[in-house]
Design a protein around this ligand. Sequence first.
Ligand code: BG6
Length: 475
Amino acid sequence: MSELTFPQGFLWGGALAANQSEGGYREGGKGLTTVDMIPHGPARMPVKLGLEKRFALREDEYYPSHQAIDFYHRYKEDIALMAEMGFTVFRTSIAWSRLYPNGDELTPNEQGIAFYRSVFEECRKYGIEPLVTLCHFDVPMHLVIEYGSWRNRKMVDFFARYARTCFEAFDGLVKYWLTFNEINILLHSPFSGAGLVFEADENHEQVKYQAAHHELVASALVTRIAHEVNAENQVGCMLAGGNFYPWSSKPEDVWAALEKDRENLFFIDVQARGAYPSYAARVFREKGVTIEMAPEDAEILRNTVDFVSFSYYASRCASAEMNEQNSSAANVVKSLTNPHVPRSDWGWGIDPLGLRITMNMMYDRYQKPLFLVENGLGARDELTADQQINDDYRISYLREHIRAMAQAIEDGVPVIGYTSWGCIDLVAASTGEMSKRYGFVYVDRDDLGGGTLARLRKKSFWWYKKVIASNGRDL
Ligand code: BG6
């Protein structure tokens, strides 16, 4: 095989998100947000899925987001570590509720703006390009309680006001923007994904797709605003990616896999192509869904994204016989367990070739540059007696996935950059654990909030530094 190479100027870095790293959940004027209500432990799932209304905090529960890894106070130290690895891009998100504590105010909270300005200036100091998600699994709780979150069309205006504030306040500091993190996760984890809580006996599909419509309109509207504020702005959508494989070559299984892919790609089809895909009408009919659209929506949706970003952890698998019993949501999106790929300690399939397949499919479908903004292995790390973490398993996972990405580039897929997930250990979104670690930097923190929060470089830290310095040649 010829040597795999990355283009000149390829962006290398890592990703965090406000909701899983910042903490400081009531500091600097910040309002309560959805993630602040999601507890650790067995009560977590029903809240995340929107099956249990949780509008007040409880004394007897632990909420991992409240302090998280304290990025709010330690961002200078953390960004210095990223710079030491040679990052040229750092992905994070803005917590909407730091800028608009309730979400429906007319003017922003200046303390919130000052905090993010300082974060982005710190990045720029080291020549790191910020890549900023406007909404990564957090909606101000006031908007959930008063308006029902994204089921309400008013959210489009609230979000547009917030986004405009970001584009104007951080103009010149931030050029790469993502609208909604893993927008398709709204279907699979409705409260954490989009602040949705279901009422008894309502059609969940109706609620989810109406909310999806509002997010899609909001996403397109803010894409337009971003370009109006500065024509240099580059806006991307963001998919929780990973193709579905058919369980067998039975035509019914192949059809099931195609349908499952469409369920997730539906969102990107709209964001990248500017209109609802042709299959949507039949799907909505079958689900008993009727979308209420405003007259201007079709026009707004034409504001397509500049690039398509996605996360990739694992491929998925579907069959015609797939049901609640034989599938698992280990990787949030329900899938059959593919016997041909190994699995992580959390049951997520490990499939680097699946990344090459996914990237080729996405470029064939959208013809827009891709940005791989999440990828990594959640694993338990052990500290040796002399405080070392020899995470060869993580190095091997990342090496194989970076190689697969290089192969996709060789296949002709344009890729802007790569930000591995959780470059500094953070709180896991699915389980709320700290022990599910992704980072090159270890954070001394346990699942129940114990530990000093000190940062330690892992073996993978030095490996990634070398990868970046060689522009991906030295894997
Ligand atoms: C993606 C999310 O779903 O996967 C992240 O965008 C999340 O927020 C990541 O943390 C990994 O999932 P988990 O559950 O292992 O944290």
